[in-house]
Design a protein around this ligand. Structure first.
Ligand code: COA
Length: 375
């Protein structure tokens, strides 16, 4: 029996309408710093507590390339007494917030090609954090869309979407499904520590969806999946200790290690060569000259990292056309970042063009998805 070819049939994007500029974010952070320093003035004077330092919009843009980010809950995220997303608790029979935005992105993908949800066989909710352990977010999304078949959650941090695409492609190759939705609702402001000067500016919120299907049912305009590869190497340089064994006690709620923490410099230094080598090796194994890649849709964490990785892959400094960025307006949206870049910047490519979706992040984890435009 010949292998069934998996392709990307459609993508969908949900962008929260509210945005926070660097200036707004820094004003909120600096108000928090002032409050903290006032409240701890005696300890600071006694030398037992270190005074907090203000943040700067100039630093943020220079260090990361981020100018603004979309968020799910602007007012509470900017409130120096809260600094995180807040909304009224929802009843169990209401759609969860994460499922709600996942459904919006998924619907956009399905509607873009007129795909009836009845023809979808599986839903993967692939994201760096889940709103709850069970029932799976993916099953809630499946139910809301009216999809039969099966669904489950998977978390590979910033690489969740590419790991989801390979999983979907493998289901299709093996004949276990013919149409699989990979949904990535990323509410990153919920796991970021907005009180940490080093990383308060990093993240934004978004949801993306990728529809992976057997080629014989896909629309004429699709992307053939030429090859996928996944890699993980354990590292503590990006870590979040929040979990079911430690979330219930007053002592552990909200302590800094129960939110995102990273050694940004080490991540930068270690991940750039790992990912560049992975892309080049995978391209060679597929018989593709990396320098001939028409476009790189890289994970969107830091503009400097993307510049270096693209340069090592293409052999020259990449321009916006070769390696588009959405960091400036979306910030880091974890696993959704490379998918947003792909969704927004693929229409101009020609049939036969070969390009790359690539993720990297906590784990460490990295995923490469080489695709070729069919029509
Ligand atoms: N405002 C002003 N200054 C700040 C600041 C802020 N918000 N945060 C840090 N600084 C200062 C530091 O105190 C330091 O000052 P010093 O040189 O006087 O000690 C200086 O800026 C440099 O800080 P550093 O943290 O080393 O900056 P950086 O250039 O490494 O940039 C990151 C920080 C996080 C943007 C960068 O390391 C990065 O993006 N790394 C990769 C992260 C990544 O991809 N993570 C994956 C997440 S999914």
């Amino acid at each position: 029996m010949s292998e069934i070819t998996p392709v990307i049939s459609a993508t969908g994007l949900y962008t929260p309408p509210e945005t926070i500029s660097n200036d707004e974010l820094v004003a909120s952070f600096n108000a928090y710093v002032e409050l903290f320093n006032q409240r701890h003035a005696a300890e600071i004077a006694a030398g037992t507590v270190e005074a907090l330092q203000p943040s700067s919009a100039e630093f943020i843009e220079k260090a990361s390339g981020i100018k603004s980010r979309h968020v799910m809950s602007k007012a509470s995220t900017l409130d120096p007494e809260i600094m995180g997303p807040r909304w009224p608790e929802r009843a169990d029979d209401e759609l969860s917030v994460m499922a709600e935005i996942g459904v919006k992105a998924a619907r956009a993908a399905l509607e873009s090609i007129g795909r009836d949800p009845k023809d979808v066989d599986a839903v993967l909710c692939a994201a760096s954090n889940m709103q709850r352990p069970y029932p799976a977010m993916a099953i809630e999304i499946q139910q809301a869309l009216g999809i039969e078949g099966f669904a489950f959650d998977m978390n590979v941090a910033c690489s969740s979407a590419t790991f989801g695409i390979q999983t979907a492609a493998d289901f299709i190759r093996s004949g276990n499904a013919r149409s699989v939705l990979v949904v990535s609702p990323e509410i990153c402001t919920g796991h970021n520590n907005m009180k940490n000067r080093d990383s308060h500016f990093i993240f934004g919120d978004v949801a993306t969806a990728v529809l992976v299907e057997a080629k014989d049912m896909a629309p004429a305009q699709h992307w053939e999946i030429v090859g996928t590869r996944l890699k993980t190497v354990f590292s503590n340089n990006i870590r979040n200790n929040f979990g079911f064994l430690n979330c219930a006690t007053p002592e552990t709620i909200g302590t800094p290690d129960k939110l995102f923490v990273q050694e940004g410099r080490k991540v930068f230094k270690e991940v750039v060569p790992m990912v560049a080598t992975m892309i080049v090796d995978h391209a060679h194994d597929l018989g593709i000259d990396p320098a001939s890649l028409r476009r790189l849709w890289l994970h969107q964490a830091n503009s400097g990292m993307n510049r270096l990785i693209a340069q090592r892959v293409l052999g020259h400094e990449a321009n916006e056309d070769e390696s588009p960025t959405v960091l400036d307006t979306y910030g880091n949206t974890s696993s959704a970042g490379s998918i947003i870049a792909f969704h927004l910047h693929n229409a101009d490519l020609a049939a036969g063009d070969t390009a790359l979706i690539c993720s990297f992040g906590a784990g460490y984890s990295a995923g490469t998805v080489f695709i070729r435009k069919a029509a």
